[in-house]
Design a protein around this ligand. Sequence first.
Ligand code: GLN
Length: 545
Amino acid sequence: MTRFIFITGGVVSSLGKGLASAALGSLLQTRGFKVRLRKLDPYLNIDPGTMSPTQHGEVFVTDDGAETDLDLGHYERFTGVSARRTDNITTGRIYSDILAKERRGDYLGATVQVIPHVTDEIKAFIRSDIGDADFLLCEIGGTVGDIESLPFLEAIRQFGNEVGSANALFIHVTLVPYLPAAGELKTKPTQHSVKELLSVGIQPSMLLCRSDMPIPPDQRRKIALFCNILPERVIAALDVPSIYQVPISYSEQGFDEQVLSYFGIEAPPPDLKRWRGIVDRVQHPEGEVTIAIVGKYTSLLDSYKSLAEALTHGGIANNVRVKLQWLDSEIFERPDYPYGVIHHLESAHAILVPGGFGNRGTEGMIRAAQFARERSVPYLGICFGMQMAVIEAARHMAGLKGAGSSEFGECEHPIVGLMTEWVRGNELEQRTNSGDLGGTMRLGAYPCLLGEDTRARSIYGAAEISERHRHRYEVNINYRSALEDAGLRFSGLSPDGQLPEIVEIPHHPWFVGVQFHPELKSKPFEPHPLFASYIEAAMHHSRLV
Ligand code: GLN
């Protein structure tokens, strides 16, 4: 039987609901339970795929090719459970499904309304594809009180009634701020937020109170009294220096214990050994390497959430701290290049060019790749970063001066071009230049074959791998021999040999470009081999080893 845990947020946004949900999922796992985590997002986009990364943060791609909220990345990294298409839904998706049904005449003449049609659709989504999970954790995006959250709150209220309070728990995450002028922590915003939730018929049974200092027992009792919650279920969620401390810290405050006690379930205590091991490695590194990340969405670091995590995991694998230096690629396009800015690259132990879209800043990325290649600095190019490295190699190694990407318009040598069709399993997928932007890229997991005697093969220790994709353009296979003759090896290809997946330069300490997003599959307990190897190369470059 599956129990349902709904997690809402109040007072302010960015309270770390996603991390709290991921941490609770992991804690329940360590006590022997199977979990699934899900996110309901109230915005009107069908999915985050078309949203700017600098507004919404990274788009997390699942194996089954869904473009989802970045919180699903936290869920996967903390629990190891692969997220699926059925784990993230938005208002836009719900309405688009309802409107399609309405046009088909599925509602048989009924007036289509928020209650019951929208709420029914939300409840059906919550209930679908749960499998044998003991707990389904369902996070509601946004903040209580937002207009667009209302149908979701109404749906989970109804859901709670339908499955009964013995099977559904509502957890509300709030903020207890410290007011220096008053010299105390303030509980009023939490009281108001719970009132807001009560006004839509939801009485939370547990509060997770974020605070930057310990909440004294008196204050917790006060919150409990005013919010009609048992004092032991008012959990103090203190800020911690590393996200890997969250499960340990919340567990010490009784988070998982109180969840189980709410459901009347007894279970062995949580096994926090793994988390303690990770925290220990993060807190006591044996050295430090600096990675220069030359990208275009550096104004909002959430745009590269999984990437930053994966690099940290690479550090965990090698027992070093990984310092990230975020550089806007446009600085390398300044007329005074290299004099004004080259030191940014010279001080790094490795260079990384991440994913991206559009022309802006690309010449700067190409310069960063060239610097790494010529100066023998370890280089990892991810997706766009691979494409830019291949263009650089075409221009400066193979002498194809007019090399470019058709993403930026016509060019003499379209080294990177639009894929109009490709094979997925038994199906042919097709795209055109004028098609929709949303959901039409090459998305999700695809197999890749690794060539013999390649760095890629030795890093992965396998001949076939599967990695997640999110891109419209591909390195043009027609230039393979020109580029290989010039010294760029195509070390990973799609099984039909048509889509270049990995390139590398054999005569370079560590130069790898990958068309997929390895960062999406890295986990603290299982650092991705590419990142582990890349950080090791950075350590060599810094002479740490
Ligand atoms: N803009 C490139 C493409 O669509 C790369 C995308 C990416 O880096 N995710 O192919």
